[in-house]
Design a protein. Structure first.
Length: 280
C-alpha cells in the first residue's frame, strides 16, 4: 500500500511539473516576443518591430499560429530540419488582424474607422483590404499614396508645381466630407491666397479641378455661377473680343476691378475709363 501510494504521489508530482513547465512554455510561445526572435529569419523583423509604433503590442497579437500550424511547423523542423514551410502567420494573418484594433481607433487624424469617411468608404463600403493601401514592408504600415493609382488610374494631378504631389497631400481619410479635401489643406501650400473678400467662402475645388483642367476659363465662370453676366453692362461686348477671358480682367482671388487696377489693366486695350461706367 505504501509503495503504491508513493508511486501515485510521484506520478502526481511529475505530472504537476510537466503541466507547470508546459504552461510556462505555452505562455512563452504565445505572449513573449522573444520566442519569435529564436528563429534566425526573424532577427531583422524583430529589430524593426522594436522601433515601430506597434512595439507595445506583442508579436503574437498579429502573427497568430493555430495549434495545427504550430504542429506543422514543429514536424517540418523535426523531419526536414528546416523552418521553411509556407506560413500564413508571417504575411497574411497580420493584415487580417488590423481591424481587431483599428475598427475602434484609426491612425490618420485620430479618427475611428467608422467616423473617418475615407476608411468607411474603402473598408466597409468597398471592402478593400488594409494592405491594398498601406505599405507592405517590415513593420511599416504607413499609407502609400502610390497604391491609390491601382484603383484611381484616371486621377492624375495636373498643374505646375502639383504634378509631384501624392494623393494624401490633399485627400485626408480623416476628413468627413465625401471629397476628403478641406480648404485648409489647400492653404497649407497656397498660403498667399486671401481668405476674405469676394468668393472667399467658395471652396477651392469648386473652381479648380486638379484631376482635370486646373486653370479656369470663362466657360467655368459662366457655366457654374455667372451665367447672366453677359447681359450686365459691357460684359457682352467684351466677351466677343476673343481670346479675352473673364480672368483676364477679373484677376484670380482679387476679382473686383477697382479704379487703381483699371488704370493699368483696362488701358492695355483702350484709354482709361471709370470702371463704374462698365456696368451701365
Amino acid at each position: 500500500m505504501g509503495t503504491r501510494t508513493g508511486i501515485i504521489i510521484l506520478i502526481l508530482i511529475v505530472s504537476a511539473i510537466i503541466l507547470v513547465r508546459g504552461y510556462r512554455f505555452y505562455e512563452y510561445t504565445k505572449t513573449d516576443p522573444r520566442f519569435c526572435s529564436t528563429c534566425h529569419l526573424m532577427e531583422e523583423g524583430f529589430r524593426q518591430w522594436r522601433r515601430s509604433k506597434h512595439s507595445h503590442i506583442i508579436c503574437q497579437k498579429c502573427h497568430e499560429l493555430t495549434l495545427l500550424e504550430e504542429n506543422k511547423l514543429l514536424l517540418a523542423f523535426a523531419f526536414k530540419g528546416t523552418w521553411h514551410v509556407p506560413q500564413e502567420h508571417g504575411s497574411k494573418k497580420p493584415w487580417e488582424a488590423c481591424l481587431g484594433c483599428h475598427i475602434q481607433e484609426a491612425a490618420q487624424g485620430a479618427k475611428t474607422l467608422r467616423s473617418s469617411y475615407g476608411h468607411a468608404r474603402h473598408v466597409f463600403m468597398q471592402e478593400i483590404k488594409c494592405n491594398s493601401c498601406h505599405r507592405n514592408t517590415i513593420h511599416n504600415f504607413s499609407a502609400d499614396s502610390q497604391l491609390c493609382q491601382n484603383c484611381h488610374k484616371d486621377k492624375l494631378v495636373h498643374g505646375m508645381g502639383m504634378a509631384g504631389l501624392y494623393c494624401l497631400n490633399c485627400h485626408s481619410f480623416a476628413e468627413e466630407r465625401p471629397k476628403m479635401v478641406s480648404v485648409e489643406r489647400c492653404y497649407n501650400c497656397h498660403s498667399d491666397i486671401p481668405r476674405k473678400g469676394v468668393m472667399a467662402r467658395i471652396e477651392c475645388f469648386q473652381c479648380h479641378h486638379p484631376h482635370g483642367e486646373l486653370k479656369m476659363k470663362s466657360k467655368d465662370c459662366l457655366g457654374t455661377c455667372h451665367g447672366n453676366e453677359t447681359r450686365v453692362g459691357k460684359h457682352g461686348k467684351h466677351m466677343k473680343l476673343t481670346p479675352l477671358e473673364c480672368i483676364d480682367c477679373h484677376l484670380p482671388h482679387t476679382w473686383v476691378v477697382g479704379r487703381e487696377l483699371a488704370k493699368t489693366l483696362c488701358t492695355k486695350c483702350h484709354p482709361y475709363r471709370d470702371p463704374m461706367l462698365f456696368i451701365y
